[in-house]
Design a protein around this ligand. Structure first.
Ligand code: SF4
Length: 385
């Protein structure tokens, strides 16, 4: 029999339409409501170590990073920017704190954009005219990156701490200065380490402007905590259509940030879903180590670009039924695994063969999908019974 895969004919629904924003380009990546939400990260290498930085950028690119940011704390880092900007396969944003001169160095270096932190750049307000002129001449956008930990002293005094209102006022004040000088190619972030403050700040900001917004929970913490904080905060905002680029900040390898960011967008149907493992939580009925099996299947299919939902179920009682919406799956019991496609059992294999059989079947489906794409028709999997 022929069974259609679970690949949708139309784009899957999202929770809200994107908030309308002005559009801008960061290198060749479009940013704003007309463009897909992009995932960013930041290198952890010393920027002046050009080889190490380019190597990390290559790893980030391979993991799906759309735009990368590099720090520029010293002159030697600024001097490395031209070659990094030239050789990076993805757009490079220079991240500037404290020293206004590095803003101009980054623009001259050919960076795709510059992030400025108005809270800690010396006499930034007085330099906005020059920055606007230089960025305008180079045709690159500026991200005004306000951060709860380095809020402008004037606003800190006014509000007592980095409240949502203070973060928004700081960002819009700086944006207003750029606009006064005829520069509107602006993206804004108002990051805070507390997801509640951060969400509130972005919501307020979204009501008051049409700039594209870069989402981030700053200093979100180690991988587990940072993933949760970022997921809930981004989820709250993205579910309202707010957010045009995202960065998950983790005290971990930046590649992990990309994986988490990508998964958040996939989970919300804001990016096409790729591999999705649907595994049961296990229970007293389980006749196999579900956690181990799910891990092995995940590892075996890692990197698969094909949109496949694979179910890993601990028993045959509910297995195929629970995973009817999956493209491919296994339900285990009595030392065997029932392999099924769209809820139909296609074969039964010994437990030791489950992982390799699932991988083989996944590859077969992916190949058939590839062929069908060439022929321009909806994919079907042939199931022999
Ligand atoms: S599939 Fe079976 S083992 Fe897994 S949770 Fe459901 S009943 Fe329990």
């Amino acid at each position: 029999m022929n069974i259609g895969l679970g690949i949708p004919d139309a784009p899957p629904p999202t929770l809200a339409p994107r908030r309308r924003t002005r559009q801008l380009m960061v290198g060749n990546v479009g940013v704003g409501s007309d463009h897909p939400i992009s995932v960013q990260s930041m290198t952890t290498t010393k920027t002046h170590d050009v080889n190490a930085t380019l190597q990390q950028i290559a790893q980030l690119t391979a993991s799906g990073c759309d735009i990368v940011r590099v720090a520029c704390p010293k002159t030697i880092d600024a001097e490395a920017l031209p070659i990094i900007a030239k050789k990076s396969p993805i757009p490079v944003i220079a991240d500037i704190h404290f020293q206004p001169k590095y803003i101009f160095a980054a623009i001259d270096a050919g960076c795709a954009a510059v992030r400025v932190n108005p809270g800690n750049i010396k006499e930034f307000d007085g330099r906005v005219k020059e920055v606007a002129q230089a960025a305008g001449d180079a045709g690159i956008p500026i991200r005004i990156g306000v951060n709860g930990g380095s809020l402008d002293a004037r606003l800190l005094k006014k509000y007592g701490k980095a409240t949502p209102e203070a973060l928004v006022e700081s960002a819009l004040w700086e944006a207003g200065l750029f606009e006064e000088h005829g520069f509107g190619d602006i993206k804004i972030s108002v990051k805070h380490s507390d997801p509640v403050v951060m969400v509130e700040a972005y919501r307020k900001l979204a009501e008051q402007c049409d700039y594209p917004l870069h989402l981030g929970v700053t200093e979100a913490g180690p991988a587990f905590q940072g993933t949760i904080k970022s997921s809930v905060a981004f989820g709250a905002l993205l579910s309202q259509g707010i957010g045009d680029t995202i960065r998950v900040s983790l005290s971990a390898d930046p590649v992990e940030e990309i994986k988490v960011g990508d998964q958040i967008l996939q989970s919300m149907n804001l990016r096409p879903r790729k591999l999705e493992i649907v595994s049961c939580p296990s229970c007293g009925r389980a006749q196999v180590d579900v956690y181990k099996l799910a891990e092995e299947v995940t590892a075996g299919l890692e990197g698969m670009e094909f949109p496949l939902r694979v179910a890993v179920m601990g028993c045959v009682v509910n297995g195929p039924g629970e995973a009817r919406d999956a493209d491919l799956g296994v339900a285990s019991g009595n030392g065997k695994g029932q392999i099924f496609v769209k809820g139909e059992v296609i074969k039964t294999v010994p437990e030791a063969k489950i992982v390799e059989t699932l991988i083989e079947e996944a590859m077969r489906i992916a190949e058939e999908q590839g062929l069908e794409e060439v022929e321009g028709t909806r994919p079907e999997v042939k199931v022999t019974q």
